[in-house]
Design a protein around this ligand. Structure first.
Ligand SMILES: Cc1ncc(COP(=O)(O)O)c(C=O)c1O
Length: 380
């Protein structure tokens, strides 16, 4: 590359992966997959079912699931879960807090469902500004008890911007909370949600392709009710039927064939999280790493945190605006030095970097990353 800035090896982080998903995987977990006999064996037999059972038990313990909640899983990732929700959890009309790309995508999925009424949208942050509305908040809040609304949907964390929302029950319907990129990286009171759903390739450092939903008794009943109501007016393909996923999950299996390597990685990460002290310990790690980056963003006049209100700042995905510095050039220089995936979310269209501080990221590595950023910026 032109004007390559070679970063001294002693400044570089040990682990050079900072992507917001797929995220950095612990080497010991990968070694466990390589050593396992399970890949290449039937997912309907005891060894794989026991693995699914151990993953479900581990998640139950990690999130201290309230009585009656179930760990439900299915193939397809959180994107598929949106279609599951549109098919078999939303009865008639949902309300959505939309403040970034992922919240927008869920609302679009629901909006396209012919059996549902057009969803109610509450826009905030970047999504409000895109409609020409001024707002100082990077998130949006839904009002409860809205007439005709049976499901309230919001992201606990918008991965496109790094905006963090409180998780607090909204009365008057099911609460469907997108925790794809924050689950496992922060403490949460699951009783404040009906479905807290996520994928494996973020804090859980597995591969993509599987969704997990922590589902309340009310969510389970809703899926059964929609399925059995004559004239509910919809066709529910089995892969999008939450009641089918539930039936399979309690038998420690998925409706169709899962990726066994993903299950192995995910289960190993949950066991590691529990051994380290569970969610409080994970939050301590993510807060420590992200604080290094927020402090760095305040230490230089030519950069600043994109999310300015501390309570809305994510502990797991830090977005930093660059002023009078070309972020693309910095990102390319770091990539040429082996330090990867600090690119911003493209659709946001900002001159910034986005750095993941998932539990696997060591604080010493975020510190090293800031040293590398200084080194490159000061030499461009
Ligand atoms: C907040 C959020 N929701 C949903 C998704 C979609 O997840 P998946 O790619 O596993 O379908 C993502 C992916 O990055 C996300 O960050």
């Amino acid at each position: 590359m032109e004007n390559f800035v070679s970063i001294p090896e002693n400044l570089k982080p040990k682990n050079k992966k900072f992507g917001a998903g797929p995220s950095s995987i612990r080497k010991t977990a990968l070694a466990k997959v390589a050593a396992s006999d399970l890949p290449g064996t039937s997912h309907r037999q005891a060894p794989v079912k026991n693995l699914v059972g151990s993953l479900r038990d581990g998640l139950k313990e990690l999130f201290t699931l309230p009585d009656g909640y179930e760990v439900v899983l299915g193939n397809g990732g959180a994107t598929t879960f949106w279609a599951v929700a549109a098919s078999s959890l939303i009865r008639e009309r949902s309300a959505h807090a939309v403040f970034g790309s992922f919240g927008e995508k869920f609302a679009e999925t629901v909006s396209g469902a012919p059996h549902l009424k057009e969803p109610y949208l509450e826009l905030g942050g970047v999504s409000a500004r895109a409609q020409g509305r001024e707002t100082s908040s990077e998130i949006a809040f839904l009002r409860g008890d809205q007439e005709g609304i049976d499901a309230y949907c919001y992201p606990a964390h918008e991965t496109s911007t790094g905006a963090l929302s409180p998780v607090k029950r909204i009365e008057g319907g099911l609460n469907l909370v997108d925790a794809t990129s924050i689950a496992g990286g922060i403490t949460v009171d699951i009783s404040q949600t009906d479905v807290y759903y996520f994928s494996g390739q973020k804090c859980f450092a597995a591969e993509g392709g599987l969704w997990v939903a922590l589902a309340s008794p009310a969510a389970q009943e809703r899926a059964n009710e929609i399925k059995t109501t004559p004239g509910a007016g919809r066709w529910i393909p089995p892969i999008l039927d939450f009641s089918v996923a539930l039936k399979n999950s309690v038998k420690n299996q998925t409706l169709n064939t899962p990726a066994i390597a993903t299950l192995l990685l995910w289960e190993d990460q949950v066991q590691w999280m529990l051994a380290e002290g569970g969610l409080p310990a994970m939050e301590k790690r993510t807060r420590a790493s992200s604080a290094v980056l927020y402090d760095w963003a305040h230490s230089r006049a030519d950069v600043s945190p994109y999310i300015s209100a501390p309570k809305e700042q994510s502990p797991v995905v830090v977005t930093i605006d660059f002023h009078d510095i070309d972020a693309d050039q910095v990102i390319a220089q770091l990539r040429a030095n082996g330090i990867v995936d600090i690119d911003p979310y493209r659709a946001l269209g900002r001159n910034q970097i986005r750095v993941a501080c998932f539990p696997n990221v060591e604080v010493a590595d975020t510190q090293a990353l800031t040293a590398c950023l200084d080194y490159v910026i000061d030499r461009l």
